[in-house]
Design a protein around this ligand. Structure first.
Ligand code: GLA
Length: 366
């Protein structure tokens, strides 16, 4: 009796439940995005969660161009070095994010010394230098790179980013070839959001097929997974994973979260350029998540993990975009200063009912 009580008490403290990475160890890696306080081991609330629950990490910001290469002749490797050292120390599968993107990239990248648009050749050379320098520095340590992020429009056509306008559509193939040249063993991914929507997905399928036909070393597709309570459906998620599996590439869920707050505009996309007015009615859960929404969220997580599990032959990684609800970008986007609940750990770092549902979804499998 005494020992039974002791076991129950201990289970309550250390969690007799398996951790996320253990529950899914035969299926795929489980990861999280880290901010600077986290990989610097200053965030004492997040650190035990990171070490116990996750076996792969992605840097939320510090490898984006504007941070790692803020000026033409200056790279800033202090924080990325610290991030990679953290990953090595804790035995994590380390991801790099992201090399070529239209956002969080300084204007100078696309301009010459006089502020005029760069020529195609000069921009190719600049991209080559950036990729060679950044990927080369972490060769053999960063195991997978989001090479190109968000190259597609919602209708599946290529976004008219500065990369596209100045270089043309072959900038994608070049970015992958440069990354492969800098680290032939690194896994290289194309990463994007809303690929669960048919038009954008078809565009991505065509893009990846074309790249593969040219012999471009694309290892996998990153489905960002910035989800809503009602989107994507399990069927859409399933079809999307199958579409990429059919192309012979792996699938990573790279930035998983589920937004539980009402949308102010009805615009459901994850375009980082979007902003909406902060109004109290769009911030209804400042005092806690009502039980019915909490249950719906837990069911959604279980449903999505059911789909990932089913496709565990091609799904190699599921990475959450943040550790606790307090860390999530969704508290500030698309409306600043809201209280959102998109992840599996609450603001005190405690596992939520959605966490339990994700663990149960693994245990329920054969
Ligand atoms: C996109 C990017 C991420 C991050 C999120 C929002 O999905 O790929 O790096 O900026 O937006 O935080």
């Amino acid at each position: 009796m005494k020992s039974a009580l002791l076991i129950t008490a201990l289970a309550g403290i250390v969690g007799a439940q398996p951790t996320l990475k253990d529950a899914y160890k035969n299926a795929f890696r489980i990861g999280t995005a880290l901010n600077t306080a986290q990989f610097s081991e200053e965030d004492k609330r997040a650190l035990p969660i990171i070490k116990a629950q996750f076996n792969t990490i992605t840097p939320e910001n510090i490898l984006k161009w504007m941070y790692v290469h803020p000026e033409a002749n200056r790279y800033s490797f202090d924080l990325p070095d610290r991030y990679v050292a953290f990953g090595q120390k804790h035995g994590m599968f380390i991801i790099g994010h992201t090399l070529v993107w239209h956002s969080q990239v300084p204007r100078w990248v696309f301009e010459d010394a006089e502020g005029k648009p760069l020529t195609r050749d000069a921009l190719i050379e600049r991209m080559h230098d950036h990729i060679r320098t950044v990927v080369g520095r972490y060769k053999g340590r960063i195991k997978g790179w989001d090479v190109v992020n968000e190259a597609l429009n919602e209708d599946g056509t290529l976004r008219q980013s500065p990369w596209m306008k100045i270089i043309g559509p072959d900038y994608l193939a070049m970015a992958f070839r440069f990354a492969h040249e800098a680290d032939p063993d690194a896994q290289l991914y194309y990463n994007d959001y809303s690929l669960e929507n048919p038009a954008k997905r078809e565009g991505a399928v065509k893009l990846i097929r074309d790249l593969k036909q040219q012999g471009v070393p694309v290892y996998g597709v990153g489905l960002q997974g910035h989800n809503k309570l009602e989107w994507p459906s399990a069927e859409q998620q399933d079809e999307t994973i199958r579409a990429f599996k059919a192309l012979g590439v792996k699938v990573m869920i790279t930035e998983l979260d589920i937004d539980v707050l009402p949308s102010a505009s009805g615009n459901r996309s994850a375009d980082v350029g979007r902003s909406e007015e902060a109004l109290a009615k769009f911030n209804p859960y400042t005092k806690g998540l009502p039980e019915d929404v909490e249950k719906t969220l837990a069911r959604r997580y279980a449903e999505l993990f059911g789909v990932y599990w089913k496709h565990r032959d091609v799904v190699e990684r599921v990475t959450f975009w943040g550790v606790t609800n307090a860390d999530s970008w969704l508290n500030n986007w698309p409306v600043r200063g809201r209280t959102n609940y998109p992840l599996l750990f609450d603001r005190d770092g405690k596992p939520t009912p959605a966490y339990a549902a994700v663990i149960a979804a693994a245990q329920a499998k054969p």
